[in-house]
Design a protein around this ligand. Structure first.
Ligand code: PEP
Length: 251
């Protein structure tokens, strides 16, 4: 049985005053059935982890470097995130793929570094609107999965987030059928990766892209959707809490 996961990506938003949201979220869901993860900017990880200690809220990073240390100005090693209190790290988000030209090979190296540091990697995949219009969605997702997933990755150390690029921050979402098609395809592709059904079944598959309280329940009812990666709606505990409640209710 896969434990559902609601993951929030604060992106480049939030200062110390926003840490009040952690307490509000934790108070609203003292013993959530699903896992709850917040990924703030790196500057807030340690302080957020302190606030979240003893609650059901976990804290994660939004990126890490593939190397353990060295001359990489501005970058953060996976072990540094871990030391700051992170348990997870988002990798290969489409904004990093677009803004920083991250390739599948780099994402895989970062995931290997995350695993070596004891972090769960949340690996993001997703097609652009042009790719979807060209009928290339599954080919793109298959290529990104094969290229970004470490050979040793398992459901214990890796979560896959399907995030159509055109749905992120736009208020637009795929149809439930389109989400189901990609998530079913991911589950099937993971069988090839794992070589067995049990291994593939252990991976959590998140949907991400304009998830909000009003559409969460319908998305969570789709087979093979094990939770969500949420951007804008994760910034306020009231909204994110409603999404967590919808995930809990989905069972
Ligand atoms: C994201 O950035 O991962 C995301 C899903 O953003 P939003 O929920 O704002 O579309």
């Amino acid at each position: 049985m896969r434990r559902k996961l609601a993951a929030g990506n604060w992106k480049m938003n939030g200062t110390r005053q926003d840490l009040a949201e952690v307490a509000a979220l934790a108070a609203a869901h003292p013993a959530a059935d699903c896992e709850v993860l917040l990924c703030p900017p790196a500057t807030l990880i340690a302080a957020m982890a302190e606030r979240a200690a003893g609650t059901a809220v976990m804290v994660g990073g939004q990126d890490c470097h593939a190397a353990a240390s060295g001359a990489h100005t501005g970058d953060i090693a996976a072990a540094m995130l871990k030391e700051a209190g992170a348990s997870h790290v988002i990798l290969g988000h489409s904004e990093r793929r677009a803004d920083h030209g991250e390739t599948d090979t780099e994402v895989r190296a970062k995931a290997e570094a995350a695993h070596a540091a004891g972090l769960v990697a949340v690996i993001c995949l997703g097609e652009t609107e042009a790719q979807r219009d060209a009928g290339e969605t599954l080919a793109v997702i298959g290529r990104q999965l094969a290229g970004s997933l470490p050979a040793t990755a398992s459901g214990a150390d890796t979560v896959i987030a399907y995030e159509p690029v055109w749905a992120i921050g736009t208020g637009r979402t795929p149809t439930l059928q389109q989400i189901a098609e990609v998530h079913d395809f991911l589950r099937l592709s993971l069988r090839t990766h794992c070589g067995d059904e049990a291994g593939a079944e252990a991976f959590r598959l998140l949907y991400g892209g304009s998830v909000k309280p009003s559409n969460a329940a319908a998305i969570f009812a789709v087979a093979n959707v094990d939770g969500a990666l949420v951007g804008g709606a994760s910034l306020k505990a009231a909204d994110f809490g409603a999404i967590v409640a919808a995930l809990d209710a989905a069972g």
